[in-house]
Ligand binder design. Sequence first.
Ligand code: GDP
Length: 606
Amino acid sequence: MDVPTYTPEDAAVPEGEVVVERSTTAQDLGPKLNRTAADVVRFLMQQGEMVTATQSLSDDMIELFAAEIGAEVRLVDPGEEQEIELLALLEVAEPEYEDAPIRPPVVTVMGHVDHGKTTLLDRIRDANVVDGEAGGITQHIGAYQVEQDGNAVTFIDTPGHAAFTAMRARGADATDIVVLVVAADDGVMPQTIEAINHARAADVPIVVAVNKVDRDNAEPQRVLTQLAEHELVPEAWGGETVTVEVSALQGLGIEDLIENLSVIAEVEDLRADPEGRAQGVVLESHLDVGRGSVATILVQSGTLKVGDPLVAGAAWGRVRALIDDHGRQVKEAGPSTPVEVLGLSDVAEAGDRFVVAPNEKVAGRVAEKRSHFKRQANIGRDAHALSSGARLEDIFEQIQKGEAATLNLVVKADVNGSLEAVCESLKRLERDDVKLAFVHRAVGGITENDIQLAGASNATIIGFNVRPDRKAREFAEAEKVEIRTYEVIYQLLEDVESAMVGMLAPEFEEVVTGDAEVREIFSIPRIGKIAGCYVQNGTITRGSKVRFLREGTIIWKGEVRSLRRFKEDVREVQSGYECGIGLSDFQDLKEGDVIETYDERELERT
Ligand code: GDP
């Protein structure tokens, strides 16, 4: 076919900046820039991009065309411009801070791996057992609040930079103070510096917890020297940085740390009005089999009440119940309080802002509009990934050819927090010559739809704490779509990094040997729970490795401890038969769960 030649017309281009939505089509773009759809299509064809007038265009294509005709465009996400109208519809007012009462600070813990972030968060949580209450804060809802000498402090319960950056990337600055954990026996390390930079970029004060001072080889003074080199000069040396020596393991210095956080909060003069409709940010959200969509949110102003019509990003609903960090149902939650919200229509995204709407109708309308724009944005991303990009296995080849390579990924994870964390960490692996494109990312098990999408866009599927079901797996084999599943984020990152240097490690494929559906649950005294199952595929063998799945999400791993048919111990049970399965120390069984057994074997790489 002859490619028609494109001749730039002399027609004037619009003056000034033209706002263009990402993933727009030639049909829409042309007239915006005083050109026809055919002009756009013809030009792109000359550039080797075969698109039709109604097909979504990538950012590059839009910019290329604009540059060609000398127009100035500003790309916005679909819905970005309309968001102002939506906020007006919601009658969202900027919160008033002056004259408002003091509120507790919200604290995020960051630092190098193994320096003790998790231990510190656990210790602070444990230390705050209210008198007479059995377990204290037993519920992990993504954040918790502690009180000391009448001052409350809220801690975000997911340590690390990934969550912090993911939130900021979405415009949600939830954190008032960063606690930087530095192990006294290890000193300032690369991730320590990274954390300092993140906190600085967010303009958030840093309190340093010099941890592990109980160790014989602890050198807290050396840590202070190193910090000073990064412009965190300790107070003791006449600087402004508050440093506290702690041992998270032994619970030393914790009170001192919390006291210092309260002092800084006072200096920062953190205020919020508890009156009026609540606003804030979503910290975490997931789909729960029994409870539906569960979101942990942080109220930033106003007071959230049961029965309020809530909009969180593209999700909405009337608040059915509020559950605090002690697992108690509460009627309302004020500023700086983290609570779990039940009753939303959909899974909101970590970092989404939420606001109580004037009424349910407005809430529904705004959420509906946002979902629409979100779908459009996704179509745009797909279009871009489709036009270029490769799978994990081929990426090195593409790099070697000297082409700018793009690795296409479909990412699925168990909860929103881990999804954000995985995507953010992956993004940081990008180099000048290798870009990552997320064709699709979502919470939940790996489905046939994911395979279809990955197949069509030449993408690799990455699953974090989730699995494909049997049908999806078979479909993937047929479509030759690679699925890689992980339960440790470092392994995931290592694999992707190795692929980028052409050294993708042999894959240990876990060959699924059988699966059985839990149909009934029996409690046997002194032994515990036994799952009455129906073997659906393959063979279940005593002693084999088990992944326990609920709606495609791994909730436990272990092995088949006991296997019985009609009260008799048996070695294996074939598909089509019923049996009783006992799992080593796992009791949280529900009807409809799936017990998947597997073997590991090394796969040949071609
Ligand atoms: P994270 O990766 O920063 O979350 O670090 P963890 O909280 O998982 O801690 C890493 C290791 O350091 C664990 O083995 C902890 O038991 C240990 N650890 C944490 N805090 C202390 C401490 O204050 N003293 C000592 N001796 N060990 C600690």
